[in-house]
Design a protein around this ligand. Structure first.
Ligand SMILES: [Zn+2]
Length: 428
């Protein structure tokens, strides 16, 4: 085990305590955004931020934000954070590790009696998950002035609107503009998060550096052929939409696997067949495509090939194909100076850290439009997430938090004090 400045036991204890709020099974948690459980968790996290010496507030968007001043209180701040809301059937680490890690960093800085050159803010952003109102990254987008028309009118399954839930939580739609951050208030954002995928585990690495968040291309594809009796229409005369879809699905898998080692992923996750009967040739098939890559040029190339593939499959089977683009987000890359800083911190710790992209979204995705950002991933067991079986070890989380601490120290203008020397520093 590497020597740590942060307190691993405190992190573990807090993860346990937070997991008790909204507990649904031995290891499962349900803490939907803006629910009473979410508020209770925010109160607990708030008390830890205060213990770490921060000034804390819950803003109009429902974000919990703590701040310590630097030597220059007017300088743009370094922000650290993630989220503490969860999916309905979730584990205890997704988001939580990033918020508690950020608090741990600030508490350690205070305990080391380091005064950063610039202010540090810690955020637990409201409603990252997006499952309750079907649109996520709410708090962070609010903070950055990126909310869309009608978001407050979105209702959950019980007909409660976001506006109502937000007011009950302690937010205030009338004060949104006062809570918004002007450009330049934050100069960099760091997020610690569990990987939610199997790459680090497969490499035997406890932590990794994220190079970027891949942008998904989401399509809905309709293939239309002609229904007929499954017993009478000869094979050459058929216009079977499902056969066309099958070709596309297999072809898509081949396209996405074409470049060995590339992080490209493609999925057909939903498919509907009409009229869906054993003895009728399928007339209409509708399916989704999710294509992701960190390299936009490669993704664009694959998109062009995919369009050719769909056209060819339609042609061969006498089908009409229609493609609807639902989402087209570009990949967002971590800033090179921050990557360098994380690499340098990892090498101080004699840690070998693989670099990987993030398939899932995070609060960092929204922050990337506002300032430079960096992300550190912690290995999680079998890549399982959004499931009570989600697990990351205390040792791995501690290493990730230590890496976050050392990186934050450099970014806030304080040099790292080595754990062994016991030399306390009063700033840069
Ligand atoms: Zn998350």
């Amino acid at each position: 085990m590497h020597q740590l400045t942060i307190q691993a036991e405190r992190m573990e204890r807090r993860i346990e305590q937070l997991a008790a709020i909204g507990k649904i099974s031995e290891t499962g948690v349900c803490r939907l955004a803006l629910s009473p459980e979410d508020r209770e968790a925010a109160e607990l996290a708030k008390s830890w931020m205060e213990e770490a010496g921060m000034d804390v507030r819950i803003d109009a968007f429902g974000n919990l934000i703590g701040r310590i001043e630097g030597q220059d209180p007017n300088a743009p701040a370094l922000m650290l954070g993630s989220h503490i809301d969860t999916q309905p059937y979730a584990g205890r680490f997704d988001g939580t590790v990033g918020v508690l890690g950020a608090i741990e960093v600030v508490q350690t800085i205070a305990e080391q009696r380091i005064v950063p050159a610039i202010p540090i803010e810690v955020a637990a952003f409201c409603d990252e998950e997006g499952c309750r109102f079907n649109k996520g990254l709410f708090g962070v987008r609010g903070l950055l002035g990126r909310l869309e028309e009608g978001e407050l009118e979105r209702a959950d399954k019980n007909g409660v609107t976001r506006r109502e839930a937000l007011v009950a939580f302690g937010g205030d739609p009338e004060r949104f503009s006062a809570s918004q951050y002007p450009p330049g208030r934050i100069n960099a954002f760091l997020e610690l998060h569990i990987e939610q995928g199997p790459v680090l585990e497969s490499l035997g690495s406890p932590v990794g550096i994220v190079t970027g968040i891949s942008g998904p291309l989401w399509w809905t594809v309709d293939l239309r052929g002609f229904a007929g009796h499954a017993g009478s229409v000869p094979m050459p005369l058929r216009k079977d939409a499902l056969v066309g879809a099958a070709r596309i699905i297999v072809g898509l898998q081949e396209l996405a696997s074409g470049e060995p080692g590339a992080p490209t992923v493609a999925t057909v996750g939903s498919l509907r067949v009409f009229p869906d009967s054993r003895n009728i040739i399928p007339e209409h098939v509708q399916f989704t495509i999710d294509l992701r890559d960190i390299d936009l040029a490669r993704r664009n190339e694959l998109e062009a090939k995919l369009r050719q593939l769909i056209a060819a499959a339609a042609e061969e089977n006498g089908l009409r194909a229609e493609i609807r683009e639902d989402t087209n987000s570009e990949p967002r890359y971590c800033a090179e100076p921050i990557l360098e800083t994380i690499r340098a911190s990892a090498s101080e710790m004699s840690l070998t850290v693989p670099e990987l992209m993030s398939g899932p979204f995070h609060d960092s995705l929204a922050m990337s439009y506002y300032c430079d950002y960096g992300m550190i991933f912690v290995r999680c067991r079998e890549g399982i997430s959004h499931n009570p079986k989600e697990f990351a070890s205390g040792d791995d989380i501690a290493l990730g938090t230590e890496l976050l601490y050392r990186t934050a120290l450099k970014l806030c203008g304080a040099s790292s004090s080595m754990p062994t020397g016991g030399g306390l520093q009063d700033g840069p």
